[in-house]
Design a protein around this ligand. Structure first.
Ligand code: KL2
Length: 581
């Protein structure tokens, strides 16, 4: 098949609404990438089918439940007659969805035995935690030799019941270890009418660009949490092997803007940054505060975007106990070089929120700081806002309170236990309820997720207010169990596979298989997303395509993550957007 052929002619009988192949059939050379009619490089000669124009809704209410033991499945007795219970039943489920909660949260994968005990070699303290005053700069420069996986007799392999894959039935060949995940691009571009040619005048071509979010698994964290990767041979965990796979993957996707997480500083400086610069990327890096040597990176193609401003964001605040963790974010303002409009811009944000499943209060406060920074950076002098792409690893599952807050711009948090904010764990230890307010006034972030500044500095609605009124309003808001933000964000992924409605998985190791990575964006006029409600802003984005995710069983078939070909415990997520014309 020529790469220029129209795929609908190649497959004349193909149902445009159905993907042509199952996503996980056989080994294949690489990822599914779009052909050249989409201005994204890295294509292969593969189908690029069109998808229904309602990507934000689960395809049918008759979704298949995973039938195996799900320790995280919804149990009615788990919810009490609280605001939270009402919220969970009303607010956090997609319309028409048949069961409550994200159905696959925190079950143990496949045939794995459940073990609530951490392996003996796991450090007692969470690797995210550190003592007070433990803020010395300069990471211990460790280049680890991967440890040999322990034998099944001394340490459980969580992936397979007996520490090894089940024997193949007699007469069949053993499963190939080289199977690769196949992922298909889902194309929505047919959902957008091309603009009518007006009066013979030359029209500017639309500005299309692709975005990736990818937690690449820092080698340091891999070693800190090595009990999660016992299903992997040491060669799979070897950094040089992982680096070469990850760089190959980044190169093949050829994405215009990449938001990476868990980028270890020494690997970034010596290996990742030089390699990406050689491919024409400009890189912005923000290391975590504290001792852990990883951070976030936003890289973008120099010939597609120029940098207007870059804003590293630290969530650590000395003197605020809630904000004593070292996670970070980044906010960049980019100008697309393809646009002749001087005010054309995209605000790109990237973050990796706290992991600790019990500390939803911290996660929400970290998110509020990031949203406040995005609000400030994306606001233009004329009062309008640049479209936003917010990427990252939010350590929160779809339809959790934190996720719903991003998408619905509001969270009534009365009665929500801090361990339920991220939805990562079914039985979180500690059921402390979120306090009102969640974060103190001294943080300088309002309950509307704006930087608290004098009214004269604040655009949009409060400029005519006296300082006293402003302060009184802020104080009143501090006493209501409600937070808001002014960004209208929707998700590029719908969190259920288009093909069969199974939950999408973005991260997977021997203890979990869930979605925690997102590409949120400002939907503009005509965008096919179903949220948010109401008229969409002129300055916004249209979702053109996304690289489909896979489900839990697809990942089990390739021995989970990381594996021979996929070298992180996350999958990259990718979307293509058009700046609204
Ligand atoms: O879930 V992650 O992996 O987004 O892929 O984010 C964190 C976890 C990352 C940064 O803190 O390190 C991983 N158990 C399991 N994973 C952990 C733990 C832990 N106790 N601590 C950190 N991580």
């Amino acid at each position: 098949m020529s790469r220029h052929q129209n795929l609908n002619n190649v497959y004349p009988n193909a149902d445009r609404n159905q993907p042509m192949f199952s996503r996980h059939l056989t080994a294949f050379g690489s990822h599914w990438l779009p052909p050249t009619q989409a201005p994204l490089g890295g294509w292969r000669n593969v189908p690029y089918p069109s998808y229904p124009c309602r990507p934000g809704v689960p395809p049918s209410p008759q979704l298949s439940h995973p039938t195996r033991h799900l320790s995280g499945a919804f149990r009615p007795q788990d919810t009490h007659n609280t605001n939270w219970a009402r919220l969970q039943s009303r607010q956090h489920l997609p319309p028409g969805f048949p069961f409550h909660g994200f159905p696959h949260q925190h079950f143990h994968l496949g045939l794995m035995e459940r073990s609530d005990k951490e392996p003996p070699n796991k450090r007692r303290r969470s690797s995210e935690e550190r003592g007070p005053g433990d803020r010395s700069k300069g990471s211990p420069k460790r280049e680890y030799a991967p440890r040999q996986a322990r034998s099944a007799t001394t340490s459980p392999n969580y992936w397979f019941k007996d520490g090894k894959p089940p024997a193949p039935p007699p007469g069949t060949s053993p499963p190939r270890q080289t199977l690769e995940l196949k992922r298909q691009w889902e194309d929505f571009s047919h959902c957008y009418k091309s603009r009518p040619q007006s009066g013979g005048g030359r029209q500017e071509p639309p500005v299309d660009f692709s975005v990736m979010s990818y937690n690449i698994l820092s080698q340091d964290l891999l070693h800190d949490n090595n009990y999660l990767y016992k299903h992997c041979s040491s060669s799979i965990l070897n950094w040089n092997h992982r680096l070469s796979n990850i760089l190959k993957e980044l190169k093949e996707h050829n994405t215009d803007i990449m938001c990476l997480q868990e980028v270890q500083e020494d690997h970034y400086e010596k290996q990742i940054k030089p390699s990406l610069e050689a491919l024409g990327y400009q890189c912005e890096y923000k290391r975590r505060t504290g001792r852990k040597p990883d951070g976030c990176a936003v890289v973008y193609k120099k010939d597609r975007f120029s940098l207007l401003s870059s804003h590293p964001v630290e969530y650590f605040r000395r003197g605020i106990p809630l904000l004593d963790r070292d996670n970070v974010g980044q906010v960049l303002l980019l100008h697309p070089t393809g646009s002749s409009r001087p005010d054309a811009c995209v605000c790109v944000a990237n973050t990796h929120l706290l992991y600790n499943p019990r500390r939803g209060d911290i996660k929400l406060a970290q998110l509020a700081i990031l949203l406040a920074e995005i609000s400030t950076v994306s606001r233009l002098p004329d009062g309008s806002s640049c479209p936003i792409v917010l990427c990252g690893d939010f350590n929160s599952v779809p339809w959790s309170p934190l996720y719903s807050f991003v998408r619905e711009s509001r969270l009534e948090y009365d009665g929500i236990p801090i361990g339920k904010v991220s939805g990562q764990e079914e039985n979180p230890r500690g059921q402390r309820i979120l306090t009102v307010p969640i974060w103190p006034l001294s943080l300088g972030v309002t309950q509307q997720c704006q930087h608290a500044t004098a009214p004269t500095d604040v655009d949009g609605g409060v400029a005519n207010m006296s300082v006293q009124d402003f302060a009184a309003q802020a104080m009143a808001a501090m006493n209501r169990p409600s937070i808001e933000h002014s960004l209208r964000l929707t998700s590029a992924y719908s969190h259920y596979l288009t093909e069969d409605g199974r939950p999408e998985i973005t991260t997977c190791h021997s203890r979990t298989a869930i979605t925690v990575d997102y590409i949120f964006y400002s939907a503009g006029t005509g965008d096919i997303s179903t949220q948010p409600e109401g008229p969409l802003p002129r300055r916004g984005l249209q979702l053109l395509a996304r690289l489909a995710l896979v489900g839990q069983t697809d990942l089990e078939a390739v021995n989970g993550l990381p594996n021979e070909h996929n070298s992180s415990d996350h999958l990259p997520i990718l979307a293509r957007f058009r700046l609204c014309p």
